[in-house]
Design a protein around this ligand. Sequence first.
Ligand SMILES: [Zn+2]
Length: 309
Amino acid sequence: MNWNISGSEEIRTKKFIKFIKVIYFCLLIFFLLPLPLSAANIPLSKELASYIGTLEKQCVKYGWTDIKPREIPWEYYRTTKKKHPLIFVNFGNSGKNCVLFLGAVHGDELPTVYLMLKLAHYVRDNPQIFKDKCIVIAPLVNPDGFLLRIPARVNANGIDLNRNFPTKDWYPEALKKWRLKQHKNRRYYPGQKPASEQETMFQIALIKRFNPQKILSVHSPLNFFDFDGPSSDLDSFEHWLEKISKESNHPLRKFGFFPGSLGNYAGHERNIFTLTLELPSSKANKAKEYFDKFQTSILKFINLSVKVG
Ligand SMILES: [Zn+2]
């Protein structure tokens, strides 16, 4: 009798162990199966995944359905006041021919974001473009301004990021010019001191890390090309740009630079060929049209070799 009880207990125990094994196996499959699938995508930190999700929604809202921000291998090391990651992507690793692209330094210049995101897709899909080159794209320098319900030019601290670079004339000129020439227009407020903003530090860090020979910053809606760069090779760059201006049917204007502007910091003070592309409007629904219009010029800019000296 006792033997029978212990015998049935043994059967029950074996059944229970078998049941546990099945459960364990099922759980293992459940957790391991998604791995090869997620490995196909780029693993994102929680912070970045949330930001990319927001960005995707914004792209859909603007009708930019061909943009898939999740497919680009973004890097980031800084966040904004509103905790948005300041993302960039780096293709290629040559230090000799490096170009930096910047979009949406002003958050209300909507098509600039599309142009830079589309460029990131294009470069990723055409790796021959960055052979023997380095291409760095920061598509959204001012996400806090861009992601507002009504997008703003300035960042969350109310500062114009294209007036906040630590140029030599910043202290004597920036606030003075803002008061006298801009009549204290908040859209152009340079801040109380230079390089006070994470977004400014982000751009400076990209310039220091990648040491680009060329920078293209995309703005809108002033509708021209403008450039700043080293005087040694400015003539040939000017000729090149005149040609590009004719080819793309887009005016060339010498706009000059301001205290704390990128053209001043990078072009004037650091001898980096700094091209500003001002798109004809800030309308999101024009973005695809603008990419088609300027794609050739942008690719030619990547290939342009410049003398540095
Ligand atoms: Zn702008």
